[in-house]
Design a protein around this ligand. Structure first.
Ligand code: C5P
Length: 220
C-alpha cells in the first residue's frame, strides 16, 4: 500500500487539494480532522465541556467513530449516525482543537487511522500524519500559507456553503487554532524532517492543486 501524508495548519487548502489528487491517483482521501471534529461535536452534544479533560475522557466511553467511504467520498459516523454535515462549523473547529490536545483522544483515534492506511492507498491529511500516524509514508508534504490567506479561503468556502461569518473573527480563530495546534504537548503541528515544505500563499486554488499534483507525480 502507498501513503501520502499532507500536514499543515487550518485552511492551507489541504483537503481540497488532497481530495482532487486522490481521485486522480485512485487513492482514498482520508480527512483526519473530521475525526477530531466528531469527538469535539460529540462531547458538546452530550452536554459536556470540551475545555475539561475529565469530561472529554468520560465522553470517549460513549463514542464509537467510524469512517466509511461512499463512492470514494469519506463520511464520518458517530454511534452509527452520519454526522459529516454537522461538524464543519467554526464552533466545532474550536471544539476539535480543544479535544485534540488530550492524549487519550489521540490514542483513541490512532489505530483507526493506521488501519485505513494498512488496507488502502491513501492520501491522509491532518497535523501529525507525517510525524506520528504514518512516519513511513512514501511522501510527506507540509502545506502552508499565511494566516490571512488561509482565512480568506475559509471565508470563501463557508460563504459558498451558505454560512456567513465575520472575517476578523475567522482570522482570530485560525490564529488561535494555529497556536493551540502547534503548542500542545502531544503530537504538535510541525513539519516532519523528511517532509517537503509547500507554501501556497498568493496562489489560486487551481495553481496549488497543479503544483501539488506535479510534486506528487515526480516524487511518488
Ligand atoms: O483539519 P481540520 O481543520 O478539520 O482539523 C480540526 C482540528 O482537529 C485541528 O485544528 C486540530 O486541532 C485537530 N487535528 C489534529 N490532528 C490531526 C487532524 C486534526 O489535532 N491529524
Amino acid at each position: 500500500m502507498r501513503a501520502i501524508a499532507i500536514d499543515g495548519p487550518a485552511g492551507a487548502g489541504k483537503s481540497t487539494i488532497a481530495r482532487r489528487t486522490a481521485a486522480e491517483l485512485g487513492f482514498i482521501y482520508v480527512d483526519t480532522g473530521a475525526l477530531y471534529r466528531t469527538i469535539g461535536y460529540a462531547v458538546d452534544h452530550f452536554g459536556l465541556s470540551t475545555k475539561k479533560e475529565e469530561d472529554i475522557i468520560k465522553a470517549l466511553q460513549k463514542i464509537h467513530v467510524e469512517l466509511r467511504f461512499i463512492n470514494g467520498e469519506q463520511r464520518v459516523f458517530l454511534n452509527g449516525e452520519d454526522v459529516s454535515d454537522y461538524i464543519r462549523t467554526p464552533e466545532v473547529s474550536m471544539f476539535a482543537s480543544e479535544v485534540s490536545a488530550v492524549p487519550k483522544v489521540r490514542e483513541f483515534l490512532f489505530d483507526l487511522q493506521q488501519e485505513i492506511a494498512r488496507n488502502n492507498d491513501v492520501i491522509m491529511d491532518g497535523r501529525d500524519i507525517g510525524t506520528v500516524v504514518l512516519p513511513n509514508a512514501d511522501l510527506k508534504i507540509f502545506l502552508t500559507a499565511t494566516a490571512e490567506d488561509r482565512a480568506k479561503r475559509r471565508y470563501q468556502q463557508l460563504l459558498e456553503s451558505g454560512t456567513i461569518v465575520d472575517f476578523d473573527q475567522l482570522l482570530e480563530e485560525i490564529k488561535q487554532r494555529d497556536y493551540n495546534d502547534s503548542h500542545r504537548k502531544i503530537a504538535p503541528l510541525r513539519q516532519a524532517e523528511d517532509a517537503l515544505l509547500v507554501d501556497t500563499t498568493g496562489n489560486t486554488l487551481a495553481e496549488s492543486i497543479d503544483l501539488l499534483q506535479r510534486i506528487i507525480r515526480n516524487r511518488l
